[in-house]
Design a protein around this ligand. Structure first.
Ligand code: SF4
Length: 333
């Protein structure tokens, strides 16, 4: 599948005139650039730009360099991340900072195989960091890039081998000097012009090269995401000292940091003897809607895998959802 010769030039020119001013895009010395780019890419995984900006600013006000980050406690990093969700990213970021500082002295590996050995860095993040930091001829193939290429070629993304297209069109897509800008430009272009629901074709600089536009918009690109509904129960052990029983982790594959006892409700035989119903929550996370019944009981003893924590310990890192539950539970006192 061949792409037009001028595609990357046109998109990069559009980017020069229209890019958003974002805190991680400012020109810095190479140390700060590395830190800001790694931090922003970790924060942007599965999270929108406008959500990330205040967290990024707060984080960089507190922790000013990758070196400083590498010696920061996990508790502090998680506290700064609190509310952004997907807390595994914060832990991986910290581990990655430690490895880079220890082994490489602030130098990021220069090839994809090596960079992917760092915690939390997969194909997308590896490629985009290599493009942004080293100007390598690579693209981070995210949803925006897939959509732009799908529309230009007027093919459903599931019928496209993106790596192959990029490889075949390498000479046309990449220049020697502006690979980094193009990698960022095509994502920005997808976010602001070739938008998922409402592509701005009339003001699009590449419409003459776009089969979606030329052929009258034949292909539907996005399949509706199937939302799975799951039923869970959460159990709050409480005591007279206004403490709650928390555990470090769960085995459910989501809400990994979730630290209240939670179980998936599989059968109607769940024994709720001695438990009081408090309320029901509907909580959406990725492609799941969680239907959660919240139960509580006052008790002197708790199961071995739990420990007592004060409901009012403000220093403790807590996911946003857990905080909401704490608010409900506080009303019981
Ligand atoms: S013409 Fe429309 S569909 Fe085609 S690339 Fe531009 S914005 Fe996207």
């Amino acid at each position: 599948m061949h792409l037009n010769n001028n595609l990357s030039k046109k998109i990069t020119r559009w980017y020069d005139n229209n890019k958003r001013i974002l805190p991680w895009r400012v020109n810095f010395n190479s140390d700060k650039k590395l830190y800001y780019r790694i931090l922003s890419e970790f924060m942007l995984q599965q999270t929108q730009v406008k959500t990330v900006i205040p967290y990024f600013n707060k984080f960089t006000r507190e922790i000013k360099s990758l070196k400083k980050l590498s010696t920061t406690s996990e508790r502090k990093v998680l506290k700064l991340w609190e509310g952004l969700g997907y807390y595994r990213r914060a832990k991986n970021l910290l581990r990655t900072a430690k490895i880079i500082e220890k082994n490489k002295k602030s130098i990021l590996p220069k090839n994809l195989v090596e960079i992917k050995k760092l915690p939390g860095i997969g194909d997308y993040t590896g490629n985009i960091l290599l493009a942004l930091i080293y100007n390598q001829p690579r693209l981070g193939i995210d949803g925006n890039v897939k959509r732009v290429i799908s529309r230009i070629t007027n093919k459903h993304s599931k019928n496209i081998n993106f790596e192959e297209i990029i490889e075949k069109n390498r000479d046309k897509l990449f220049s020697h000097s502006r690979n980094s800008d193009f990698a960022e430009a095509i994502m920005e272009f997808g976010a602001l012009i070739c938008k998922p629901q409402d592509p701005q074709c009339n003001r699009c600089p590449i419409k003459k090269n776009c089969k979606f536009y030329i052929t009258g918009k034949k292909v539907k690109f996005t399949s509706p995401i199937k939302i799975k509904r799951k039923k869970y129960s959460i159990f709050c052990y409480l005591n007279k000292k206004k403490q709650i029983g928390l555990k470090k982790n769960n085995n459910l594959g989501f809400l990994k940091e979730f630290n209240l006892p939670i179980i998936k409700v599989k059968s109607k035989t769940l024994s709720l003897k001695n438990w009081n119903f408090l309320c029901n929550y509907k909580n959406s996370i990725s492609n799941k809607t969680l239907d959660i019944d919240l139960y509580y009981k006052f008790s002197k003893k708790i199961p071995k895998d739990l420990s007592w924590y004060s409901l009012y310990n403000k220093k403790m890192f807590l996911p946003t959802f857990t905080k909401k539950i704490f608010k409900q539970v506080e009303n019981l006192y």
